[in-house]
Design a binder for this molecule. Structure first.
Ligand code: MG
Length: 394
């Protein structure tokens, strides 16, 4: 609610745009590990004034929709039409809860809409009963000319505007405008909802848009968006520690490398003490418990398992959160075997498991000066630190 007005957000996601690559419509493509549509929908769900959010989808995209936002408290989706205007018309027809209130129509491919842009639109729309619609708009900073391969005539950029979304309307005005231009053919000439309202004789106001509220169209837009999100990630550090005892007749695995040695380490899995410490460090950085909670030693499935599985699982959990691993640092603590000759192979092994360049993987070794259980050659200890960056709001 905003000043007593009921507010419905209609997110238009029925487009087929696959120019951005990856073979699926761009609004379902992951961005920083999160589908674009999910980011867009959350911007409205999290806005205090918005009462309901509904998505207009393509009939072929039900499964993509369910995967992206099926768990969120949205009004049931509506199937769109052949054009944007037809999709919006379907959305209006299927949103009886919007009658008498305000409706905000937003492109699914604009995930960075800010609450202040939404606020500005709502403020302007409700301040004056004569205003039927409000759109966010930006001035044109570049020189503008007609042309293709060759420059043509100059266009005066003064007074030109780039129109963004959400395009916000009094529902009754927009519904009347769409009813007036109800035929599909008539809709084809309208590139946005404000055009329909203007054609019907309503007055549409502009408020300041936001450069960050850009529309994801091609691969370069996705690159820019990924770079923006990377700047918004926050750093987290996780710590891991593990010990395994030497035993006769076991193979010795350290950091995913089998090392020729008289004795190996005893354990439920392959007892790779270094990868266990690393797994705990990664899990620690994202607050996801420890290796034992994910791979209980009581579960026979993990008997003799390669510990690379545990590291890959932890890495996938970081990625599922939209996070990225910046750096890992491992210390292996033992008198024997000597780690130095195997260090490069271990680094390569860990880098491959984490899909990181070698420069972001450190492997160190130390003895304990013949003190304690490692000094007496009873076992090997390992410590790990992982630095990851994850999105703040998750
Ligand atoms: Mg262990």
């Amino acid at each position: 609610m905003w000043n007593g007005h009921h507010i419905v957000a209609l997110v238009v996601a029925a487009g087929r745009g696959t120019r951005a690559g990856e073979g699926m419509p761009k609004q379902y493509r992951p961005l920083g590990g999160v589908p674009v549509l999910r980011r867009t929908v959350l911007a409205f769900l999290r806005h205090a004034a918005v009462d309901a959010v509904r998505v207009v989808i393509h009939a072929d995209d039900r499964a993509l929709y369910e995967t992206a936002v099926g768990d969120l408290p949205l009004a049931p989706p509506v199937i769109g039409g052949a054009s944007r205007c037809e999709s919006v018309a379907n959305g209006l027809a299927a949103s009886p809860e919007a009658v008498g209130g305000l409706i905000l129509i937003h492109d699914a491919a604009r995930p960075f809409v800010s609450s202040s842009v939404i606020d500005r639109c709502l403020q302007a729309l409700t301040a004056d009963a004569e205003v039927a619609g409000v759109v966010p708009a930006l001035a044109v900073a570049d020189s503008v000319r007609r042309g293709g391969a060759w420059l043509g005539e100059d266009v005066d950029r003064a007074g030109l505007l780039r129109i963004q979304t959400p395009q916000c309307f009094r529902h009754d005005a927009l519904a009347k405008a769409f009813a007036q231009f109800a035929s599909v053919d008539a809709h084809h000439d309208f590139t946005d909802d404000a055009s329909v309202a203007l054609a019907a004789g309503y007055r549409v106001m502009t408020v300041a848009g936001d450069e960050m509220n850009f529309k994801l169209t091609d691969a370069a837009d996705f690159d820019r968006a990924e770079a923006m999100l990377a700047e918004r990630l926050v750093s987290r550090t996780g710590l891991g520690f593990d010990v395994h005892a030497f035993a006769e007749g076991e193979a010795l695995w350290l950091a995913g490398v089998q090392i020729p040695h008289a004795r190996g380490l005893r354990g439920h899995s392959d007892a790779d003490v270094a990868l266990h410490a690393l797994t705990d460090a990664l899990l620690g950085a994202i607050g996801e418990g420890d290796i034992g909670s994910h791979f209980p030693p009581s579960d026979p499935e993990w008997r003799g398992a390669a510990s690379s599985l545990f590291v890959e699982h932890a890495r996938s959990l970081v990625e599922a959160r939209g996070g990225r691993i910046d750096h890992v640092d491992l210390s292996i603590i033992c008198e024997q075997p000597k780690i130095g000759p195997h260090r490069d192979a271990m680094r390569q092994s860990v880098a491959a498991l984490l899909r990181l360049p070698l420069s972001r993987v450190s492997i160190k070794a130390t003895t304990t000066e013949q003190l304690g259980f490692t000094g007496r050659g009873e076992g090997i200890a390992a410590q790990a630190v992982a630095t990851v960056r994850i999105p703040e709001e998750q």
